[in-house]
Design a protein around this ligand. Sequence first.
Ligand SMILES: NC(=O)c1ccc[n+]([C@@H]2O[C@H](COP(=O)([O-])OP(=O)(O)OC[C@H]3O[C@@H](n4cnc5c(N)ncnc54)[C@H](OP(=O)(O)O)[C@@H]3O)[C@@H](O)[C@H]2O)c1
Length: 449
Amino acid sequence: MRNRLSELTATVQDVSVVQLGILGCGTVGAELLALLDRQGTGIQARTGLEFAVAGVAVRDVGKSRPVALADGVLTDDARSLVARPDVDVVVELIGGVEPARSLVLEALQAGKPVVTANKELLAAVGAELFSAADAAGVDLVFEAAVAGGIPLVRPLRESLAGEDVRRVMGIVNGTTNYMLTRMTEEGASYADALAEAQALGYAESDPSADVEGSDAAAKAAIIASIAFGTEVVAEDVHCEGITELTPIDIAFASRLGYVVKLLAIVERSIDGGVAQVAARVHPAMVPETHPLASVRESFNAVFVEGAAVGELMFYGRGAGGGPTASAVLGDVIDAASNLRRGSHASIGTLTRVPIRSIDDLVSEYYINLEVADRPGVLAQVADVFGRNAVSIRSMEQEGLGEGARLIFITHLACERDVRRTLSRLGELDVVRSVGSVIRVAGEDDAAGG
Ligand SMILES: NC(=O)c1ccc[n+]([C@@H]2O[C@H](COP(=O)([O-])OP(=O)(O)OC[C@H]3O[C@@H](n4cnc5c(N)ncnc54)[C@H](OP(=O)(O)O)[C@@H]3O)[C@@H](O)[C@H]2O)c1
């Protein structure tokens, strides 16, 4: 017994130095360097791994940095840094597809594990990179690419590896969740909520990737790929942002017992014995009783449903230098430990399965119509719903005269039928305009609590 204990102690104390080549020293890269500095001793004591920074590649070596770096560490030649024989693990924190893709491929082909936080890269060419990592027998790990500091990728890949995951539904963009919180709780307009998010540094000066949903769509593609083992790319994800939402819709949702959230939803189903995947990002009305409804401000949360495990929720900070660097550092330790053991974690071969069209979605819908306020309007509108196989669950009239509105919540209906209904409604003289249409999500989960 004593011998075994001294063997184990010897292993932990047998420190090996792992040299990191870090590509990028922006928001996340600088935080990673600060974290390595603060946590290095603790990590060494716990894991026996000592991390040294061999080099940090940036675009502009003359820029001032929030972290102190030893002379000669900064370089603007990322390619040479990746190729250096003393670099053991490459950490890609540049962002975008190129040159990140080429640099990651070069690292993997040289047998170096790669840690990345780059959702855009993985959502575009993930399958190519995963197979390069497998061919080289090294890790490609990316916990920070989805939901920043929230452990989600590793639980999906490892803890839930034996689970039949049916659906993953999440708030994966903190900027839009912050804006929707302001619009819900203070009745702020879209423009005011955006200006506030920009002033707080949550939104970029060009906020389109957040507000138009493409950031969430990239994350949805990655989540679908790891949850279902299928290749899903950003273009497979049906994507609608929050730019058309009005305070009126949000106030109606609230009166009806819902909160509006921008959701990324991925689902797997079997149709005629063939597996299909659906992936979409859009604003959704979530019942106030659903766990996702209480996720406020810039927080993220991801709700996972599996056949055996039931419902799980992961909650936390989905972005920001500190939370993201924390996830990156966890991956760095994992990749370095695997490298020392001569093993690697494989995501497996991603199969390509049919992507279900949004036209086939079955959901409940909120529909907001501006109508003429005169007798017979409701009968004409209801007739269009009925003829197009969309049945109405509830209806409210708001306002009189020119400003009259009809707000409908439908029963479960097919998206294709709803689209046809909206187009016919738009042709009626009594319908002045077809306003927002918002899908209802999570209704069936709310009761389970
Ligand atoms: N920020 C977050 O909250 C967050 C959250 C989750 C995931 N991520 C992901 O993390 C990655 C990094 O994000 P970030 O916010 O840290 O970005 P960032 O602040 O824009 O930093 C990017 C860094 O990459 C460097 N760089 C750009 N092009 C380069 C090139 N061709 N060669 C070498 N270096 C180059 C830049 O150099 P200069 O400094 O000289 O310009 C900068 O240091 C992205 O993939 C992002 O999607 C970020």
